[in-house]
Design a protein around this ligand. Structure first.
Ligand SMILES: [Mg+2]
Length: 180
């Protein structure tokens, strides 16, 4: 049985600036911009041997707004931007489906967390799911994780173990809660 903790992290709105409301999706690599402070937080997780797995719904694929090769390019840009600040992701899991596909991976279902946990030998019950929407935290709860909400979405307090107002708060929280 795995006995190590890890970090599961939503992408849009947590790692990168959310897409503009009128566009809804990031469909071009050049539109992918890191949120302030997120690379520093991921670097701190790296230094503490906490694997970081991105778990992201990408319905744009299902509805024909985004191809898988372009999604891969966007994720290469994500890795490059993070690497420039010394931060590394251990896994990236995406769900390319829409609600009506009734897949197991689309959040609020926990399929991506379960798959990433198995891949990285992580025990979800020792781990955190970090997101900016209720469905992120629902997926985390369903997988047995502790939950951390960042941002201004209104989310039932029962879903939230820790709340941070902005992404720049995450590095401080990490230093205070995970010692080297
Ligand atoms: Mg999000």
């Amino acid at each position: 049985m795995p006995d190590r903790a890890g970090i599961f992290m939503d992408r849009d709105g947590v790692i990168n600036r959310p897409p503009p409301p009128e566009e809804r999706y990031i469909t071009r690599p050049r539109d992918f911009q890191l949120q302030p402070g997120i690379a520093a937080a991921i670097r701190l997780f790296n230094e503490r041997d906490l694997p970081v797995a991105v778990v992201t719904n990408q319905k744009a694929v299902a509805i024909g707004r985004l191809t898988l090769p372009t999604l891969q390019e966007i994720h290469e840009r994500m890795r490059e931007l993070l690497a420039a600040e010394g931060a590394t992701l251990q896994a990236i899991h995406y769900c390319p489906h829409r609600e009506s596909d009734q897949c197991e991976c689309r959040k609020p279902r926990p399929g991506m967390i379960i798959a990433a946990a198995a891949e990285l030998n992580i025990d979800p019950r020792l781990s955190w799911m970090i997101g900016d929407q209720a469905r992120d935290l629902e997926a985390g709860r369903a997988a047995g994780c502790k939950t951390l909400l960042i941002g201004s979405a209104s989310v039932p307090t029962s879903l939230v173990d820790v709340y941070l107002r902005k992404t720049t708060d995450l590095a401080v929280w990490t230093q205070e809660n995970f010692h080297l």
